[in-house]
Design a protein around this ligand. Structure first.
Ligand code: ARG
Length: 586
């Protein structure tokens, strides 16, 4: 058990001994102290319980302190009745030993494991994955790793957009002339070229537009040639996407794209109609408001021309085609019925907010009340001009290009600062730093805030960056390369003893690891774990400067080596949960 949990247990016993009635034990908390001057942890339990017990809070706090078993800490009372706990060096020592031996390094798994489907990345086939998809891909992967570590059953599903109007265009351009060679080497680029070609021409020429539409109709009616082209497009896209996912270290359990639900859509829509949930309007089949919420909170209402108007969800268009929304309803059914999902997290751009509000409302009306549906939304990546990031040509930048640019920027830093011997090692390090700096920057920002994409800043060794964390890790590990193997084998955590303030502080920071991982899922915020790791790294450098390791001897040396080891393991593990691999040397 970690220190705050132990303190809490002792506090509950002390409250009982002091004869205080505790109406709601869950509300008795011990939290990290805001100001370390007074202690490491604090509790407001006495203030909370004094009033119903008709006691003076400071007096009650004193009674609790007198009754509390104090082998872990010194206690004091502050302000109106806060109880402060200052953990003793001996207790910190014990905690470092326990954390070092714990297989999860102080992370506690949840008592109620849930099946969680994470819907993330989901780019559209034949359109390249652009920088906007990076947020979804990186946040989704990280949340998946953390949920898994906390003991949940995680199902990662890439709901790619593999069905839609773009296929009419791609098929049309494909038939006019596809470059087979380019398809092999860079499938995403070639598919994009075909798509752009048709899309540009059909804007100018109605005849082309009509031909593209015909190609789409033919595909939807099962035309063999068009179906074969579509099959290849999807397969090649997956190949191209997988190259990017490999580079990013992202994996999926399923690729249930939009097309996987095609056969379910017609029966689903008839059911919605029969059950009276959907009705016809201007030739289309729609779901309207349940009228149960005030219009402001109703995703089926929109304020237009001075009044609240209906904004239905269309599940079958007047030409008989089904929609993105229709597919998403089928997707919920599949995930609940086939995968027994307790929760579904949609990691998707904030612009799709009202789509998901409508979807979740419809799912509830259909009786899917047992599943928790969450839109994990995020903001926009900005250029240095403060506007959404674009290329010089004015397009959305493509993810692969962004990664290449980041690697180039990292290569410059590596060239200047790295101690590695060969150019090849430096290239590898630059790839690792470049790609992971993009990932870390993404995760280190609050997901709802927009942020400015600044490559030079993110690959820098100083600042709140991935390279700074890498450097901390490498610094902690490099000590061990300077030791004789014999000393490493002899290292024995049981013999350590923390005494110096900087040693105690690093132990205090290490003890926060478990909670820093757990809180990420409270509001799907990986930035909390990033901030923790940066703070840990900063304390590590202070420790390292204040407490020479190799120049010390005996128990002190042993203690400091164990602290270096544990710090490096926590940094590595924490970064791994963010989806980031560390270099061993740099
Ligand atoms: N393909 C969509 C896009 O690029 C994202 C899909 C998100 N997932 C979902 N179930 N709707 O905008």
């Amino acid at each position: 058990m970690n220190i705050p949990a132990l303190l809490r247990e002792k506090l509950l016993i002390a409250l009982e001994t002091a004869g205080v009635e505790i109406p709601d034990p869950a509300r008795i908390q011990v939290s990290a102290a805001a100001d370390l001057q007074f202690g490491d942890y604090q509790s407001n339990a006495a203030m909370m319980l004094a009033k119903p017990a008709k006691k003076n809070p400071r007096e009650l706090a004193q009674q609790v302190v007198d009754a509390m078993d104090s082998d872990l800490c010194e206690m004091s009372i502050a302000g109106p009745g806060f109880i402060n706990f200052k953990i003793t060096p001996a207790a910190w020592t014990q905690n470092v030993i326990a954390q070092g031996n714990a297989p999860l390094l102080g992370i506690h798994q949840v008592p109620d494991s849930q099946t969680i489907v994470i819907d993330f990345s989901a780019p559209n086939v034949a359109k390249p994955m652009h920088i906007g998809h990076i947020r979804s891909t990186i946040i989704g992967e990280c949340l998946g790793r953390i949920a898994d570590r906390l003991g949940h059953q995680v199902i990662k599903d890439n709901h790619i957009g593999d069905w839609g109007t773009q296929f009419g265009m791609v098929t049309w351009a494909w038939k006019k002339g596809v470059d087979e060679g380019a398809l092999e080497t860079d499938p995403l680029q070639e598919l994009l070229r075909l798509y752009r070609n048709a899309s540009d021409l059909s804007k100018e020429d109605d005849k082309v537009r009509e031909e593209c539409r015909q190609e789409l109709v033919a595909l939807q009616q099962g035309d063999a040639e068009n179906k074969a082209i579509w099959d290849r497009c999807v397969e090649l896209s997956k190949k191209g996407l997988n190259q990017i996912y490999d580079r990013l270290g992202v994996t999926f359990d399923h690729w249930m794209g939009e097309s996987a639900y095609n056969d379910q859509l017609a029966p689903l829509v008839s059911r919605l109609e029969q059950e009276g949930l959907a009705r016809e309007s201007e030739g289309a089949l729609c779901l309207f408001s349940s009228e149960e919420n005030p219009p402001k909170k109703d995703p089926f209402k929109i304020h237009r021309d001075g009044e609240w108007q209906d904004q239905p969800m269309i599940v079958r268009k007047n030409d008989g085609a089904f929609n993105y929304a229709t597919t998403d309803i089928a997707t919920v059914e599949h995930r609940v019925q086939e995968w027994q999902a307790d929760q579904i997290w949609y990691v998707v751009d904030f612009r799709q907010g009202s789509h998901f509000e409508q979807l979740f409302d419809v799912a509830h009306r259909m009786g899917y009340n047992q599943v928790d549906l969450v839109h994990v939304s995020f903001g926009t990546i900005l250029g240095k001009d403060g506007k959404p990031l674009k290329t010089r040509a004015g397009d959305l930048p493509q993810l692969a290009d962004v990664l290449d640019d980041a690697v180039k920027a990292a290569r410059l830093v590596v060239g200047e600062k790295s101690h590695l011997d060969t150019e090849e090692e430096k290239d590898q390090l630059a790839e690792l730093i470049g790609v992971n700096s993009v990932k870390f920057t993404e995760l280190a920002h609050h997901r709802m805030s927009d942020y400015v994409f600044d490559l030079d800043k993110m690959v820098a060794l100083e600042g709140d960056t991935a390279p700074y964390l890498f450097y901390s890790y490498v610094r902690a590990r490099s000590i061990f390369r300077k030791l004789e193997q014999e000393e490493i084998d002899r290292l024995n955590a049981e013999q350590i003893q923390l005494t110096e303030p900087a040693e105690i502080h690093i132990a205090r920071m290490l003890a926060r690891y478990g909670d820093s991982v757990r809180v990420v899922l409270d509001d799907y915020r990986p930035n909390l774990l990033c901030s923790y790791l940066l703070e840990l790294a900063r304390s590590f450098h202070s420790f390292f400067e204040a407490c020479p390791v190799l120049k010390s001897e005996g128990v002190q040396r042993e203690t400091r080596l164990i602290l270096c080891d544990l710090t490096s393991r926590v940094i590595q593990d924490g970064l791994n949960l963010l989806g980031i691999d560390v270099p061993e040397r740099m």
